[in-house]
Design a protein around this ligand. Structure first.
Ligand SMILES: [Zn+2]
Ligand SMILES: [Zn+2]
Length: 307
């Protein structure tokens, strides 16, 4: 058999695959609209669907109600959720093909968010985060804090602590742990926007600020914009490099200062140890002093111990 689809013109003049042309109108109604001729009646005018109503997408009785449609996912037989639009006659429900049922819509956007996370998170951190087991040795503090901060604290809305600082030695599993929570929250829809940058990204952004290369400069601007507007920002490997340059430091100050000003939820991952500062802890001694004092008021510190 050849893989080519054979087309045929129907009585009503439609050019359709031969397989479809051989179906009865009732079979098509069932396949496309998910309803049975002689059994389905219009919720608007009560007319019972007839075989000769085909091919119409609206009820022949009232001409207003649109016939339901089957979900567009291959193999799914659920009916689509009607969309509601407001026009001059008021609110009208309609089915906008191709569309999906409620279940497929939810799963579809979850899948999209998962794919997005896979693209923006470095591969090693992403795969580790996907396999991450909650409450493994040494990470209880991280799991408890992030779990509480996401759910009860609503990202610092209750406690006023919009910054979480996660520190520990190299290889303790800080990034993977944080990203496991963040990615899962994003896929579930708890976090609508998530953005991840590492120290290397911040260095690139700093270079781009003063670059003569138009594309480099524009890309740096876009990254700063993302860091500023995302719901949850994760800065990994923050300030880890020895001998941080002045331009990189001011890039950090720009990003972190902006998040502080708007009390925007931010998780900073670093190997730099926190130190006592006034009444609390601070972590930003390598940045402007105002950031140290702001963190002492609005930051939570979590230590991740090696496994
Ligand atoms: Zn009707
Ligand atoms: Zn479906």
């Amino acid at each position: 058999m050849s893989g080519k689809i054979q087309f045929q013109r129907t009585m009503s003049g439609f050019r359709v695959p031969k397989r479809v042309a051989m179906m009865t109108p009732a079979q098509i109604m069932k396949k496309v609209h998910g309803i049975d001729v002689g059994a389905w009646s219009c919720p608007n005018c009560n007319r019972t669907l007839q075989e000769e109503d085909y091919p119409s997408a609206t009820c022949r009785g009232c001409g207003q109600a649109t016939l339901p449609r089957v979900c567009n996912t291959k193999g799914c037989v659920n009916l689509c959720q009607p969309m509601t639009a407001i026009n001059d006659r008021g609110a009208v429900s309609y089915y906008d093909p191709p569309t999906f049922c409620e279940t497929c819509t939810k799963q579809g956007s979850r899948k999209q968010r998962a794919q997005w996370c896979e693209r923006v998170t470095p591969a090693d951190i992403y795969s580790g985060a996907i396999d991450y087991e909650i409450r493994k040795n040494g990470r209880e503090s991280l799991d408890n804090t992030i779990g509480w901060w996401f759910s009860e604290d609503r990202f610092g809305k209750v406690s006023g602590q919009s910054f979480v600082y996660v520190y520990g030695e190299h290889g303790a599993g800080k990034s993977v742990g944080v990203m496991a929570h963040a990615i899962r929250g994003h896929i579930k829809g708890i976090i609508s926007g998530l953005w991840y940058v590492s120290n290397a990204d911040v260095e690139r952004m700093a270079r781009g600020t003063y670059s003569d290369d138009r594309e480099e400069k524009a890309s740096s601007g876009r990254s700063f914009y993302k860091c500023s507007t995302t719901d949850l920002l994760v800065i990994d490997d923050a300030g880890n490099k020895q001998g941080i340059t002045r331009s990189v430091r001011s890039a950090y100050e720009r990003i972190i200062g902006d998040r502080f000003r708007r009390m925007a939820p931010t998780i900073v991952i670093s190997t730099r140890k926190p130190f006592r500062y006034r009444d609390g802890f601070s972590v930003f001694d390598w940045l402007d002093e105002s950031m140290s004092s702001q963190f002492a008021m609005a930051g939570i510190v979590v230590e991740v111990l090696p496994e």
